[in-house]
Design a protein. Structure first.
Lengths: 390, 122
């Protein structure tokens, strides 16, 4: 009996929504758009954050840079010897890297020196690198290959710091799977990189410090700074925190950009919250007069809010999933790309987490249902005669 | 009768969402080898950043850049929009951690009140 009563109230709520079809369709569309924007921003930023954190979990525990006059400078290899003496340090490896601006295509590439590429890395490269003899060989990212329209065995001319033109022969191209890491990378042998950038033999770009116990990284970083005051240690935890902050910030900004539509919907909800229309008041008055309880009227209004919310929430989430994972974030990607001439094609891992759904429900459904219930409750506790008189 | 149609639509929507969640889980399993290969790449090449915003050094390697890096590229260099401006201001995320771990870091402005006090004492 009790369930039948609820079903009848639900049926009544559906009928009353059908009476104002056009108005309710517009509300559902605006509502869906808001859920879509919120959830797209959340899915997009969370997926990128997860991708970054999962990958950078494998980045070096500790990197030591040298600063001079507030700027990053080449670090002397003597520093590596001093760092090795610190207890708990197992190895110090110099890294050689830098940026190269390519005028014909207005691109910046990241040059990285590596004398050996392990088999795991070579599996991600089309072509071969170490099998070939000779200098000025390079392995490039997909973005570089696309920008320069080059394939393996083609030549990329690079103007060195000495003013000479170096012809780098493309020995391999990274596969698209590693785009998020290698899109703008040009990997070449350390001697070639040092020649192009004129890096002295006793210098490196920075140092990677391997630590026996990861719990001691901060202590070792502090010791390095005490020993060499012009050094700047960067811990892995800081790298990960940086990316978490960047993507959280970007997610917030995406929502901010669509703030107009969110505001419009809030005004609509506010309008509903601050008062009912004459017709709605009259309806409540009639229902009270024919014997409906206050609780029945509140249940009716709850069902109305629930029907509209569910008709907007699920399509909003489904469209957001399609937008981010099937269309690769079509609407947000221009915002993500910035001025990059080469931007990787990112295929994000689809994910639906209960926590995110709860956040979206609290940001959209709960405010809307509350906004519809409060004025109805106010009207329902008033004398029917008073309501109908206005 | 209308409630049956509504319940049907609601059920379809829930089913569709569940299917998406299940397919997301399956897709994550399928992506695992590629992810593992990329993790190897990060480890072997000692990479620190994602290759996303290549227009400037500080947006290409945000984890390696200084807080004032946007103005470091060249005298009068304009800030790159939107990549640079979409990076969170330092104050919001890691000043406190960095200040705690490297109180005497050169090339940085005093980041906390305690830093200022230390500098004054010196």
């Amino acid at each position: 009996m009790k369930i039948e009563k609820h079903i009848r109230i639900l049926e009544f709520a559906l009928s009353s929504l059908f009476r104002q079809k056009l108005k309710n369709i517009i509300i559902i569309l605006a509502y869906t758009l808001n859920v879509f924007i919120f959830s797209s921003a959340i899915f997009f930023s969370e997926s990128l954050k997860n991708e970054a954190v999962t990958l950078l979990e494998y980045s070096p525990e500790l990197i030591v840079q040298r600063m001079r006059g507030g700027r990053h400078e080449l670090v002397p290899l003597q520093y590596a010897e001093k760092i090795k003496e610190i207890r708990g340090v197992t190895a110090v490896t110099p890294r050689y890297w830098g940026y190269h601006y390519d005028p014909p295509v207005n691109n910046n590439y990241t040059f990285l020196g590596a004398d050996q590429l392990p088999p795991e890395v070579l599996e991600m490269v089309e072509g071969s690198f170490y099998e070939q003899e000779g200098n000025d060989l390079c392995v490039i990212g997909q973005g570089v290959a696309d920008a320069r329209f080059v394939d393996t065995e083609d030549i990329i001319p690079v103007l060195g710091a000495d003013g000479d033109l170096h012809a780098l022969r493309v020995a391999g191209i990274f596969t698209a799977k590693s785009n998020i890491l290698t899109n703008d990378l040009v990997i070449l042998k350390t001697a070639d990189l040092k020649k192009i950038f004129l890096i002295p033999d006793d210098m490196a770009t920075d140092l990677v410090v391997k630590v026996r116990n990861v719990n001691e990284v901060s202590t070792i970083a502090r010791k390095i700074q005490e020993m060499m005051p012009d050094s700047r240690p960067i811990e892995k935890s800081q790298i990960i925190k940086t990316y978490e902050a960047i993507f959280s910030w970007r997610g917030g900004l995406m929502v901010a950009i669509f703030f107009g539509s969110i505001t419009a919907f809030s005004i609509l909800a506010w309008d509903k919250a601050t008062g009912l229309s004459g017709q709605e008041r009259k309806d409540i008055g009639i229902l009270k007069a024919i014997g409906w309880d206050t609780s029945d009227i509140i249940e009716l209004k709850f069902w109305e809010g629930f029907i509209i919310s569910s008709m907007a929430f699920f399509p909003g989430i489904i469209f957001a999933q399609a937008h981010i994972y099937l269309l690769d974030g079509l609407i947000f990607s221009p915002l993500m790309k910035g001025w990059s001439s080469i931007f990787p094609q990112i295929n994000l891992a689809p994910q639906i987490e209960i926590y995110h759904l709860i956040v979206i429900i609290f940001l959209t459904i709960i405010p809307y249902i509350t906004a519809t219930l409060i004025p109805s409750w106010k009207a329902a506790i008033t004398d029917p005669d008073m309501i109908m008189k206005g | 009768m209308k409630y049956k149609i509504f319940a049907g639509i609601l059920l379809c929507e829930i089913l569709l969402l569940t299917t998406l969640a299940v397919s997301a889980a399956i897709s994550s399993t399928k992506r695992a080898p590629a992810l593992e290969a990329n993790q190897q790449l990060v480890e072997n090449l000692m990479l620190t950043d994602l290759s996303l915003w290549t227009e400037t050094s500080y947006s290409r390697h945000p984890s390696q850049a200084d807080f004032f890096a946007p103005f470091q590229d060249a005298p009068g260099a304009i800030e790159r929009f939107p990549a640079g401006s979409l990076t969170a201001p330092a104050a919001l995320y890691n000043i406190s951690q960095r200040a705690a771990s490297r109180p005497n870091s050169p090339g940085r402005i005093a980041e906390t009140d305690s830093d200022n006090e230390q500098a004054a004492r010196k």
